[in-house]
Structures are given as structure tokens and as C-alpha cells.
Design a binder for this molecule. Structure first.
Ligand code: COA
Length: 379
């Protein structure tokens, strides 16, 4: 066995392979993303979010009947126990939606009829309930914060369209529903990113699915991960016009700040999700009379690429897409979570199926052999 001194620390676990997975693959060199073997470019705009959830959980696409049944089950579960709605009402008005979501999911775990059952059938039922309830928590929170009644899901709509309907109170038109669905498809999974790793670490202890998802939500909240999309919007509203972009970005970089929505641990070229969202952002911004936001974004992309050689990631154009759909910026990361929960669940189920406790080691760099002094003799 190696001693602590011999151990090599890989900071940020960069390049460390910690699990086998069939769920998704990120090819950072070629800028490609695969869901269960399908290139994201072949899925985007062609499959619904429900088809992607099914694919990630079952490793194959559903046929028409399977999809109809799966979608109906999901939409029927887009509701919350009254106690959870009441708990959301009690959250401080200034608390972040991701904090409410983290607490809401944790609370759902205490009301789930399969709470203590970790068998495959119970986990299948919990998976559906959770992936349906998470967008509902986000939508309900917005309704509660804006003093409007919470709405029930419309059985005639899918998960993405229902999310917009329950959040805004008006059903999305076809273009909005398509954009929301694509946003959810593109956010559904992404290899062993930080929040997915957190979910798998928790699942590897054989804890329940709600606990593992709570760990993932807390991890996604950070602005180096899912929290970046809100920061992108905050940056965009600080920039008055395209002409200001050059000075603003160089000023930020000169002061050592990171530009949110840029760079990636794995992609060394364009994030394929950003390519799709750029187009949707341009379309929706124009439609919503917010073309200036798209133009500023596009200019930021040029300036950052020139200055740092880095590309936009999924969070960059997701900000303007969500803004144009009428989602408040404080909710952007929670919308990310409401989509990524599909992938988190797929990874949790995969971890349960072939589990080994994830328990790495550390290199001890502290002192040895210190002389202990009782409390009354310490300086
Ligand atoms: N803005 C400015 N510079 C950036 C940057 C950004 N967003 N992202 C990376 N860089 C620079 C670093 O300063 C570093 O430059 P240097 O070599 O001159 O010091 C270099 O690129 C490598 O960065 P590093 O921190 O080693 O990369 P990482 O793999 O640890 O970081 C992220 C990946 C995502 C954490 C990082 O790109 C980042 O902080 N991005 C902004 C937050 C964000 O958008 N997160 C969402 C990710 S999907």
C-alpha cells in the first residue's frame, strides 16, 4: 500500500476515470456529445424531452406506444403533495430557487410512498415521480413568489410545455414549446460532470434516490457549474450595447475575472449544445423584440474567443433563450436542474445496478506527532 507521501493528487480529478457508463459520452476534442450512442446533433429538434429521458434510462428509444405511456405517466405525476407546496410557501422570499428546489426534493423524499424501498421497481416509480415533480417545484415556486395560484399540469401537453404553462399561466405557442423542449433535451445529460458525480457518490452508499438528487442539486447550484447561466444574464444587462462589449470584456479579464458561460473542462472546441442554442437564441430574441441581447451575446463570443481562445458553453446562450421564454433569471439554474434530473436519475440507476462504494483517498500534507495540550494549558 502506498504511503500518503507517494500519492499523486490530481487536482479537480481532471482526466481521472471514475466510472463506466452507457448514459452519455462527451468527446471534448471533436466537440461531440452522445446520448446512449446517439449524436446530439441527430437528436436535437427530432426527439422530445420525454424520448430522451426514456433513452437515458432504458438505453434505447421508445416506440410509439411506449412513449405515449411514459409521457402520460410523467405528466400525471407533475403535481406535489400539499405539504410540499406549503413548505415552498414558507421559504423566505429572497431565498434562491435552487435552495428551494434542494429542500423541496429532500422533502418529497419523506412523502414518497416508496421512500424506504431501494428495489429496482420502487426506484423506477420514484424516478418518474421525481423527474415530473422537479419542474413542478420550479414552476410552483414562481407562481407562489408572484402571488398567483399554482396550476395543475395539462394532460394534453408534454413536460416542457407544461413547465412553461405552469410557470407563466399561459400555454406556450408551438415555437416556444419547441424551444423549451430543445432546451431540456440539450441539458438532459453530460457525462460525469460535477453534479452527476455528486449524485453517483451519494448513490454508491446505497442511499435513496431523493438524497442523491439533493446532493446533485446542491452541486449544480455553484456558478462554476449550473449557476453560470444566471450570471450570464446579469452580465448581459450590465452591457448597454454592442459597442461596449470590447471594453467590458477586456476590463473583466484584466481584473482577473472569468467570463461566465465560457470555457469547459472537457470541450476544447465548441460545445455542441451551444451551437444549437445560439440559433434558438437568435430566433427567440428577434421574436421577443430582444435582438439587442442576442447581438451583445454574439459580440461577447467574438471578443472572448479572440482574447482567450475559449468558446461558449451550454450556459451562455441558454440565458437569452430562457429570458426570451419569460423565465426570470433567478430561475435559470433551476430550469437546468429540471432538465438534468433526467440524466442524474439515469446515472443513479446505473450506479445502483453495478455498485461499488466511491471512496477515494487524499494526500495528507498536515503535521504528525504534535504534542497535545489540555484546554486549560493552551495559549
Ligand atoms: N473566462 C476567462 N478565462 C477562462 C474561463 C472563463 N470563463 N474559463 C477558463 N479560462 C481560462 C483560465 O483562466 C485558464 O487560463 P490560464 O491558463 O491563462 O490561467 C484557462 O482558461 C484554463 O482554465 P481552468 O480553470 O484550468 O479550466 P477548468 O477546466 O478548471 O475550468 C470551468 C472549467 C468551466 C470551471 C471554467 O471554464 C469556468 O470557470 N467557466 C466559467 C463558468 C462557467 O461558464 N461554467 C459553466 C460550465 S458548463
Amino acid at each position: 500500500m502506498s504511503t500518503s507521501e507517494d500519492r499523486v493528487v490530481v487536482r479537480g480529478l481532471e482526466g481521472v476515470c471514475a466510472a463506466e457508463t452507457r448514459v452519455s459520452y462527451v468527446d471534448g476534442v471533436n466537440g461531440e456529445l452522445f446520448y446512449s450512442g446517439y449524436n446530439i446533433h441527430d437528436l436535437a429538434d427530432k426527439v422530445s424531452y420525454e424520448e430522451v429521458i426514456y433513452l437515458l434510462w432504458h438505453d434505447h428509444l421508445p416506440n410509439k406506444e411506449d412513449l405515449w405511456e411514459f409521457k402520460s405517466k410523467l405528466v400525471a405525476e407533475m403535481r406535489l403533495p400539499a405539504q410540499v407546496i406549503h413548505a415552498i410557501e414558507l421559504t423566505p422570499p429572497g431565498s434562491h430557487p435552487m435552495s428551494v428546489l434542494r429542500t423541496g426534493v429532500s422533502m418529497l423524499g419523506m412523502f414518497d410512498p416508496d421512500a424506504q424501498d431501494n428495489c429496482a421497481a420502487a426506484n423506477g416509480r420514484k424516478a418518474i415521480r421525481l423527474v415530473a415533480a422537479i419542474p413542478t417545484i420550479v414552476a410552483n415556486l414562481h407562481r407562489i413568489r408572484t402571488r398567483q395560484p399554482v396550476l395543475s399540469a395539462d394532460p394534453g401537453l408534454g413536460v416542457a410545455a407544461n413547465f412553461l404553462y405552469m410557470l407563466r399561466g399561459t400555454a406556450p405557442d408551438e415555437e416556444e414549446a419547441k424551444a423549451m423542449d430543445l432546451l431540456m433535451v440539450l441539458h438532459a445529460d453530460h457525462g460525469l460532470n460535477a453534479s452527476t458525480f455528486a449524485a453517483r457518490v451519494a448513490a454508491s452508499t446505497e442511499t435513496d434516490m431523493h438524497s442523491a438528487l439533493t446532493a446533485a442539486i446542491g452541486t449544480l447550484k455553484g456558478h462554476l457549474h449550473g449557476g453560470a447561466n444566471q450570471k450570464v444574464m446579469e452580465m448581459l444587462v450590465r452591457i448597454d450595447g454592442v459597442g461596449m462589449v470590447q471594453d467590458y470584456i477586456h476590463g473583466m479579464l484584466d481584473e482577473g475575472h472569468r467570463i461566465m458561460g465560457f470555457g469547459h473542462r472537457v470541450y476544447k472546441t465548441e460545445d455542441p449544445r451551444a451551437s444549437h442554442l445560439r440559433g434558438v437564441s437568435q430566433f427567440l430574441c428577434k421574436r421577443a423584440g430582444q435582438e439587442h441581447l442576442y447581438n451583445i451575446s454574439h459580440r461577447i463570443e467574438e471578443v472572448v474567443k479572440e482574447a482567450k481562445g475559449i468558446y461558449p458553453n451550454v450556459d451562455f446562450y441558454s440565458a437569452t433563450v430562457q429570458h426570451a421564454l419569460g423565465i426570470p433569471k433567478e430561475f435559470f439554474t433551476a430550469v437546468f436542474a429540471a432538465s438534468r434530473c433526467a440524466g442524474w436519475v439515469a446515472h443513479i440507476l446505473e450506479q445502483y445496478r453495478d455498485n461499488r462504494l466511491i471512496r477515494p483517498t487524499s494526500k495528507y500534507v498536515g503535521k504528525y506527532g504534535r504534542k497535545f495540550a489540555p484546554l486549560d494549558r493552551r495559549e
